[in-house]
Design a protein around this ligand. Structure first.
Ligand code: ATP
Length: 300
C-alpha cells in the first residue's frame, strides 16, 4: 500500500486538522463555477453552498416534497455543504465528508419508476468521466465498483446514494443524488473506518486545494447534466459499454454479500443495458439487480 500522506501537510483540511468539526480550508468560487457551467446544460442549475447541514440529500428531498417545481431543466437544484453532520451511504451507513466534497443534486425526471433502472450506475460513470475531463491520466486510474462506487487501486474514492422522490407534478420523479468525493487520502479516516481510502489529489498532479474543488464540482455538474439528457432519451443502455470498460472487477472473481452473508459468487462480466451486474456462476449467467447486495473481490 502506498504511504499515507502526513495530515499536518494536508492542503484540504482546516487549521484545526485534528478536529472533524472544522470546516475545510477551501471554498467554492461562485464566479469560477458559473464560468465552468456557462453555455452548458447545467448553466441554469441553482447551486446553494452552505457551511454545515445534516445531509444535503435530506435537505433537497424535503425541498422536492414541498416546492412546486415544474420539472423544467432550470429546476435542477444543487446543494453543497462544507460539513455534513449526518451524511449517509447505502443502508443508512454513515459517510464521513471531512476529506472531500459533499453535495447533492435534485433533478426532475419525467419518467416512470421502471425507467430509472441503471440511474445510479449512470451517475457513477458521470463522476468518473468528469474526473477524466479534468485529467485523462486521473480518469484512467478511476475504476467503478458495481453498482456505483468510484475507486483508485481498490480504495474507495467516492460514494453515491440516490433516492427518488415523487414530484408534485404527476409523472415527474425527482432523483436526489448524493455524492461524497474524497479530495485527499485521509489517514485518520482510514484508521477510523478500518479500510483504505483514496483521494482525487493522488491522481491529479499539482492538485490545488484552493481551486480544484470548484473545478471538480463544475466538471461533475456538466457531466451529470449531459447524462440527464442521455438518460431521458435512451436510459442507461448506451452508457453500459462505457461503464463496463471502467469496471474495476471486470472478469475477476467476486462475491455478493447481503448483511455479510454470501448470496452468490462468480466472475464479474460487466453490466447489461439496465445496469444489472452480469455474474457468471457455476450454474450459468445471472443478472443481479443492485438492491441491497454488496460486491466484494473474492480475495477480500
Ligand atoms: P457497498 O459495496 O455496499 O456500496 P460500502 O461499504 O462501500 O459498500 P456505501 O454505503 O457505499 O458502502 O458507503 C458507506 C461506507 O463507506 C461506510 O460504511 C464507510 O465504511 C465508508 N465511508 C464513509 N465515509 C467514507 C469516505 N469519506 N470515503 C470512503 N469511504 C467512506
Amino acid at each position: 500500500m502506498p504511504a499515507v500522506p502526513d495530515r499536518s501537510d494536508d492542503p484540504v483540511h482546516g487549521a484545526r486538522a485534528d478536529d472533524a468539526a472544522a470546516l475545510p480550508s477551501w471554498r467554492i468560487d461562485a464566479g469560477a463555477l458559473r464560468a465552468a457551467l456557462a453555455g452548458g446544460l447545467a448553466q441554469d442549475w441553482t447551486v446553494d453552498v452552505v457551511d454545515e447541514t445534516g445531509s444535503t440529500s435530506a435537505d433537497l428531498t424535503q425541498a422536492c416534497r414541498t416546492a412546486a417545481w415544474r420539472g423544467a431543466r432550470d429546476a435542477v437544484r444543487v446543494r453543497v455543504a462544507y460539513r455534513q453532520t449526518a451524511g449517509r451511504g447505502r443502508q443508512g451507513r454513515p459517510w464521513q465528508g471531512q476529506a472531500g466534497l459533499t453535495f447533492s443534486v435534485a433533478m426532475p425526471l419525467p419518467l416512470a419508476p421502471a425507467r430509472l433502472s441503471g440511474l445510479s450506475l449512470a451517475v457513477g460513470l458521470s463522476v468518473a468521466e468528469a474526473l477524466e475531463d479534468l485529467d485523462p491520466a486521473l480518469g484512467r486510474r478511476v475504476g467503478l465498483k458495481w453498482p456505483n462506487d468510484l475507486q483508485i487501486d481498490g480504495r474507495k474514492l467516492a460514494g453515491i446514494l440516490i433516492e427518488s422522490v415523487p414530484g408534485s407534478v404527476p409523472g415527474v420523479i425527482w432523483a436526489v443524488i448524493g455524492i461524497g468525493l474524497n479530495l485527499v487520502r485521509d489517514a485518520r479516516m482510514e484508521a477510523a473506518l478500518g479500510r483504505p481510502l483514496a483521494g482525487v489529489s493522488e491522481g491529479l498532479p499539482g492538485f490545488d486545494a484552493a481551486r480544484d474543488p470548484t473545478r471538480i464540482l463544475g466538471a461533475v455538474l456538466n457531466r451529470l447534466a449531459a447524462m440527464r439528457m442521455e438518460f431521458l432519451a435512451e436510459g442507461f443502455a448506451p452508457m453500459a459499454p462505457r461503464w463496463s470498460a471502467r469496471d474495476a472487477f471486470r472478469d475477476e472473481p467476486v462475491r455478493l454479500l447481503h448483511d455479510g452473508a454470501l448470496q452468490a459468487e462468480g466472475l464479474a462480466r460487466g453490466v447489461d443495458a439496465d445496469g444489472h451486474l452480469l455474474l457468471e456462476t457455476a450454474t450459468g449467467l445471472q443478472r443481479i439487480a443492485s438492491g441491497e447486495v454488496s460486491l466484494r473481490g473474492a480475495a477480500a
